[in-house]
Write a protein that binds this ligand. Structure first.
Ligand SMILES: *[C@@H]1O[C@H](CO)[C@@H](O)[C@H](O)[C@H]1NC(C)=O
Ligand SMILES: *[C@@H]1O[C@H](CO)[C@@H](O)[C@H](O)[C@H]1NC(C)=O
Ligand SMILES: *[C@@H]1O[C@H](CO)[C@@H](O)[C@H](O)[C@H]1NC(C)=O
Ligand SMILES: *[C@@H]1O[C@H](CO)[C@@H](O)[C@H](O)[C@H]1NC(C)=O
Ligand SMILES: *[C@@H]1O[C@H](CO)[C@@H](O)[C@H](O)[C@H]1NC(C)=O
Ligand SMILES: *[C@@H]1O[C@H](CO)[C@@H](O)[C@H](O)[C@H]1NC(C)=O
Ligand SMILES: *[C@@H]1O[C@H](CO)[C@@H](O)[C@H](O)[C@H]1NC(C)=O
Length: 389
């Protein structure tokens, strides 16, 4: 692939001989620095690329046992390392304003990916596909897809503020800490076809979501401000923390037919097109509270047996509270706070803030002080703040 060897290296013959010393931290500022790496199959040490480099081409290095850090090289246009198979440490690329080509055809393994503010990076050229990586943060790029990222497990997988990203489809089997897909292009198609469990999941701005194999979420699962019409979690049985669907303007059907327990609050709020809440036939236990607000006409939790917190059901439509009143009277709902009301002008969630305004008659809301469970709203505000760069 002669085209990948940029002019930078053209004058340096790649020495076949493997020199003795293939270790140490290196700062790449010149062609000579690159040839030092290229005299080795494997380099042990951290590599930092200087801000003045305009094209980085590492022709023959195969493994880097260390970090690769490229920060603030505002003139850098391309990176190519056709033989590089693994980077054991963190691969940082930050504020590379005109970087448009990243070609690592052999790369399969990276310790951590930390890519922030790469406004010219449209596509990756990872022919082999990266299958191993612990922490992935990709933010503020113009990537349109994540083709080439084929991870099976990750600790954190955080893809945010990539305004051209149309699809996230990754074969992750589990995410041991947080999975966040947020503030990318509106309507991004989000699919995790093999995901079985994750600690926390937060999805925003998705037009389609698919989690066909998801069985358990140890912490919180939240879907906010998405535009999908349907969301189904056919295999989900357990959520350790809260389960929340808020402000999904087109959502008309949400179901988790095998979901039995929710360890935190079960919150549905501001999903104005959701009329029937009937997709949770197996739900028996909610350790937090049940908090439904919106303009639904029907809601049922037929297997409900134990709610440690309170219950808040508020809708702008006419609503029959018989089922929920029965749960209050029979002691299924154990916490403080019970509200069930229909035909409200404004349906409010118990964590505060108005939910959905309707045209119904006003009715008195004397017992509307349902116990506020985990404040989902503030949890998200904190996450969002962390993501602002
Ligand atoms: C995580 O997912 C990978 C890929 O599907 C699988 O091989 C591994 O056994 C899973 N680990 C755990 C702890 O579930
Ligand atoms: C999350 O739950 C899965 C399935 O129950 C379990 O295998 C995994 O160890 C848990 N992970 C954490 C981080 O608690
Ligand atoms: C995961 O969820 C738990 C509770 O559900 C929360 O306390 C924790 O902060 C969350 N962690 C992340 C990384 O979002
Ligand atoms: C939803 O997205 C809109 C912009 O499209 C934003 O103004 C609004 O604050 C978001 N709402 C939430 C709850 O994140
Ligand atoms: C809602 O989705 C579930 C699961 O995909 C499906 O079985 C059910 O028929 C849907 N309900 C409606 C009213 O479309
Ligand atoms: C939905 O609610 C309306 C009005 O309260 C009621 O007439 C209807 O029977 C309910 N439908 C179901 C499927 O429960
Ligand atoms: C619902 O939307 C209103 C108005 O946009 C907002 O003030 C409120 O916080 C939202 N509620 C939840 C639980 O997201």
């Amino acid at each position: 692939m002669p085209s990948l060897r940029s002019f930078l290296l053209a004058s340096f013959a790649v020495a076949g001989a493997l020199s003795a010393d293939c270790s140490g931290d290196v700062s790449i500022d010149s062609d000579g620095d690159v040839s030092k790496l290229d005299n080795c199959n494997s380099w042990k040490g951290n590599v930092a690329v200087g801000t003045g480099v305009v094209a980085l081409s590492i022709a023959s290095l195969q493994t880097l046992n260390g970090d690769l850090t490229i920060t603030g090289a505002t003139g850098l246009t391309s990176i190519s390392a056709p033989m590089l198979r693994s980077i054991s440490g963190t691969w940082t690329m930050q504020e590379l304003t005109i970087l448009s080509s990243v070609s690592l055809a052999s790369l399969t393994s990276v310790g951590n990916i930390n890519w922030v503010t790469l406004p010219a990076l449209k596509a990756l050229d990872f022919t082999s596909g990266v299958t191993n990586c612990d922490e992935v943060l990709i933010t503020d790029t113009i990537l349109t897809s994540l083709d080439g990222i084929q991870l099976q497990t990750a600790t954190n997988f955080n893809i945010n503020n990539n305004k051209y990203l149309k699809e996230v489809n990754v074969a992750l089997g589990n995410v041991s800490n947080a999975l966040n897909i947020e503030f990318n292009s509106k309507g991004v198609n989000v699919a995790f076809p093999d995901l079985v469990w994750a600690k926390n999941i937060t999805i925003r701005d998705a037009g389609v979501v698919s989690f066909p194999k998801l069985e358990s979420v140890n912490g919180t699962i939240a879907f906010i401000n998405n535009t999908f019409t349907d969301a189904a979690f056919p295999e989900l049985t357990e959520v350790g923390g809260s389960f929340a669907f808020n402000s999904n303007s087109q959502l008309s059907n949400v179901s988790a037919v095998n979901l039995e327990t929710i360890g935190g609050t079960f919150q549905l709020a501001n999903n104005t097109k959701l009329k029937d809440i009937d997709g949770f036939p197996a739900l028996t236990t909610v350790d937090g509270s049940v908090d439904f607000s919106g303009s639904f006409t029907n809601a049922t939790l037929p297997s409900l047996d134990d709610v440690r917190g309170g219950l808040n059901v508020q809708t702008t439509e006419e609503f029959d509270c018989t089922e929920f009143k029965g749960y209050k009277d029979s002691g299924v709902i154990k916490g403080n706070g019970y509200t069930c009301e229909g035909k409200l002008d404004e349906a409010k969630s118990s964590s505060g803030g108005s939910s959905t305004s309707g045209s119904g008659n006003s009715s008195d809301t004397t017992n509307s002080a349902a116990r506020a469970g985990v404040s989902i709203v503030s949890l998200f505000a904190a996450c969002a703040a962390m993501l602002v760069l």
